[in-house]
Design a protein around this ligand. Structure first.
Ligand code: HEM
Length: 352
């Protein structure tokens, strides 16, 4: 006689509960990350949105520093850097560089003379594969002390309220120094004559394990020639790109990389505060820009110069900016790369 074989009872209910818990947990984590539980929280999405000009987002372009031009070259390490960091990029030698000269504006078509802040994105790639990425600017300090204050500055400067900037300045006294630089600081007629400052602080670890809190800058070897703003206006909307392309065609352009070491007690978490002039400075090498390429089809188009991409021997410090920048740059990168059709390439042999 055939025996009826009942499959053993399975704890179906228990499995369903487990699945529901896992899904609910994932959804809650997503909602938390997106800031849905805390609408006041500053998220990368809100930060990126705050850069949007009245004319709308620059589709396909970086959400800030949207106007730029690519370069390639080398970083020539002079062998002095290992006193501060054991990163391979400081071992004497030449390492390939990819970079981007840019202007601090969300408008990729802004006339050059209308933009006060100029920038330089840099990636140095030593053979051990541990890249050093950085994005530097020409002001000697940042306008504000915290990422939250920068967000508030963006909101105030884009506000229709005529008193918004006045209120912002009154509640952020550190902004005055930047305001004075923006008004009276010198202008040059060339990226090659500008000094670019990393502004944020980082911690270097040397071969003995000792730590050094540092900031870095690129000092032009070309003699800066101050030019009046009125004169720059006459040079046309894209004079910086044209000038640097022509200059580099004539000869490679060089900047000395200097690393400044903090003394105990220096403000390491606040990029709006410059360190005193007498701090230890180590010249670690030279950036040599050898070739300029337009951004549209160039190698710097689809890179994110995330300042937290650091080799072993360098790490972030108590400065809150690099982490904030990293999350916002990633959001900007995601948006612009998803909009590639709005900024079509012209060459057929480059990436889609
Ligand atoms: C919380 C503070 C900051 C925010 C939210 C912010 C935001 C942004 C965004 C959205 C981009 C475009 C990123 C991309 O699509 O790849 C960008 C680019 C850039 N930022 Fe910042 N930034 C901040 C602080 C700084 C600081 C302190 C510096 C300089 C020390 C700096 C220098 C630059 C430069 C040079 C670029 C252009 C890099 C490139 O060529 O791709 N930024 N920033």
């Amino acid at each position: 006689m055939a025996q009826s074989r009942q499959p053993p009872a399975r704890p179906v209910f228990g499995s369903l509960v487990l699945i529901a818990v896992v899904i609910a947990g994932g959804a809650a984590a997503f909602a938390y990350t997106a800031g849905w539980f805390s609408p006041q929280r500053l998220t990368p999405d809100k930060f990126v949105d705050a850069f949007t000009p009245l004319t709308g987002p620059p589709l396909g372009h970086r959400r800030n520093h949207a106007k730029g031009i690519c370069f390639t070259g080398v970083f020539e390490a002079n062998g002095a850097g290992p006193a501060l960091s054991h990163a391979q990029v400081f071992t004497r030698g030449q390492y390939p560089v990819l970079g981007r000269f840019n202007l601090g504006t969300p408008d990729p078509n802004a006339p050059d003379a209308t933009v006060r802040v100029r920038g330089l994105g840099l990636r140095i790639s030593p053979p051990d594969g541990q890249e050093w990425r950085s994005a530097m600017v020409n002001p000697p300090f940042f306008p504000v002390s915290t990422p939250q204050a920068f967000y508030e500055l963006l909101l105030a400067s884009g506000s229709k309220d005529p008193d918004a900037m006045k209120t912002f300045v009154a509640t952020h006294p550190e902004f005055a120094a930047f305001g004075a630089w923006a008004k009276d600081g010198p202008w040059t007629g060339s990226y090659a004559e500008d000094r670019f400052n990393g502004l944020n602080s980082f911690v270097f670890t040397d071969g003995s394990g000792a730590e050094h809190t540092v900031r870095w800058s690129l000092l032009p070897t070309a003699q800066p020639v101050p030019v009046s703003h009125d004169e720059l206006v006459k040079r046309g909307p894209d004079f910086l790109e044209q000038e640097i392309a022509e200059r580099v065609r004539g000869a490679p352009q060089r900047w000395t990389m200097v690393v400044t070491v903090a003394n105990p007690g220096d403000p390491t978490s606040d990029p709006s505060k410059a360190w005193p002039e007498d701090r230890r400075v180590v010249e670690v090498g030279t950036l040599i820009v050898q070739e300029i390429q337009p951004e549209r089809d160039g190698p710097c188009r689809d890179i994110n110069f995330d300042p937290t991409v650091l080799p072993s021997g360098m790490r972030t410090s108590d400065d809150p900016f690099p982490a904030a920048r990293s999350s916002v740059y990633a959001k900007s990168f995601d948006r612009r790369t998803a909009e590639a059709k709005d900024y079509p390439r012209t060459a057929t042999d480059t990436k889609p």
